[in-house]
Design a protein around this ligand. Structure first.
Ligand code: PGA
Ligand code: ZN
Length: 427
């Protein structure tokens, strides 16, 4: 059960950009793989994704330096290690890197190895990953947050808000969440086509329409809910990812589609008015990662009415989450493996969030792979929520489908509480 070999090679993510895949081989021949995702609207406090930045190779996007770090320094460090020592191996890699944000070896190099070690260990035990992680204590089938309309950095700024997502709050089973989402996703496509507004599909599979204002997507969404035969707010609620750090220039929030520029105070009132006007159950990054005063105020006024998720604010970073809990800035944390760069730190971030009585939302990136690691992570940690983009494209569907398989394997031990998860934070 010791690590015998560590190999790495370049594969391609859902945008066709190079990324890292690591293959770990144990002494007994058992293997495990780690496939690393990649963001586009990345937060400034994220661990560093090492790219070669050599314009003559893959337009600067290749990851050969990161691969070389895996095959040399990291391989020498982890070969001979007991594969079940995930914490120890992750800690050793973090020490070897020696920087705050994994910028020397690259978070993509370290995470690839970390995920491959976890997969190899589960394979060595002959059990699924969700059962291996967290010692088999996980059985909560997550409620999904599924993108219907894409925007922002994922749709060439067709509109200013990054994600319009659906949460099937009325669903009694996981299957029902998928049925509601399926019906809503396709009804939305029909509504957009009828209006002559459908341009295509954004990076995470949601519709990429042509809007005139930032409130138009709300109208489209609500019309589609109606067309699909559901009641907004009862069967399905709206979840937004504003990704507001991308809109903030240090003094103003800019919404070019509306030809508007807001002071932080004005933008606060805009976010609050949207939450009051529309059936919004969850809002992510409503303010920039530096606009702490607005986060604090929003949490104190809206924190029992809506889930407030910090993504760029926390970047899955334990120190930043600790500070956020201390200052009471949110009630939920978006969890992305590659924002912090190891499996161990990701699980620590989830535990810290849960201990504070907040909710973790396990999330994919806009650049994804055919891997379903995060579906297992969500169940293993009883996180309760999963966000992986839309209800289209296989790099997304592989995660939703994996939950179906995990639920089947868990059988009568599987637990689905759906929107009951919000009882922990909302009135
Ligand atoms: P990203 O987007 O992967 O491009 O950062 C996802 C998000 O902001 O939640
Ligand atoms: Zn986000």
């Amino acid at each position: 059960m010791k690590i015998k070999q560590v190999d790495a090679y370049q594969i391609y993510d859902s945008r066709g950009y190079p990324t890292v895949e690591v293959e770990i081989t144990l002494e007994n021949g058992i293997k495990g793989h780690g496939l690393v995702p990649s963001g586009a609207s990345t937060g400034q406090f994220e661990a560093l994704e090492l790219r070669d930045n050599d314009k003559s190779k893959f337009r600067g996007k290749s990851v050969f330096k990161a691969l070389s770090h895996v095959k040399t320094e990291i391989a020498s460090l982890v070969i001979g290690e007991w594969v079940f020592d995930q914490h120890h191996i992750d800690r050793k890699m973090i020490e070897l890197d020696g920087t705050e944000n994994k910028s020397r070896l690259g978070a993509n190099a370290i995470l690839g190895v970390s995920m491959a070690v976890a997969n190899a260990a589960a394979n060595a035990k002959g059990i699924p990953l969700y059962e291996y992680l967290c010692e088999g204590k996980g059985n909560l089938i997550p409620l999904n947050e599924i993108q219907i309309l894409g925007g922002g950095a994922h749709a060439d700024w067709a509109n200013d808000i990054q994600d319009f997502l659906a949460i099937a709050v009325g669903a009694k089973t996981y299957e029902e969440t998928l049925e509601i989402t399926h019906n809503l996703y396709h009804a939305t496509g029909e509504v957009l086509k009828a209006k002559g507004k459908c341009v295509g599909i954004a990076d995470e599979g949601g519709w990429w329409p042509d809007y005139k204002t930032n409130e138009e997507p709300f109208e489209v969404f609500l019309e589609a809910v109606d067309k699909a035969g559901y009641v907004a707010g009862e069967d399905v609620a709206i979840s937004l990812d504003i990704a507001a750090s991308d809109l903030y220039d240090g003094t103003h929030y800019n919404l070019p589609l509306d030809k508007m520029s807001y002071t932080p105070d004005e933008f606060y009132h805009l976010m609050k008015s949207w939450c009051e006007k529309y059936p919004i159950i969850s809002i992510e990054d409503p303010f920039a990662d530096t606009d702490i005063a607005n986060w604090k105020r929003f949490k104190s006024e809206m924190g029992t009415k809506v889930q407030i998720i910090g993504d760029d604010l926390f970047t899955t970073n334990i120190k930043r989450i600790e500070q956020g809990i201390e200052q009471d800035l949110a009630n939920s944390v978006l969890i992305k493996l590659n924002q912090i760069g190891s499996v161990t730190e990701t699980i620590e971030a989830i535990r810290l969030t849960q201990k504070a009585g907040w909710l973790p939302v396990i999330s994919a990136r806009s650049g994804e792979t055919e891997d379903a690691f995060i579906a297992h992570l969500a169940v293993a940690t009883n996180a309760g929520q999963l966000k992986v983009g839309s209800f289209a494209r296989s790099e997304r569907m592989v995660k939703w489908n994996e939950i179906i398989r995990i639920q089947r394997q868990l059988g009568e031990h599987a637990n689905f509480i759906g929107a009951g998860i919000y009882n922990k934070i909302l009135d």
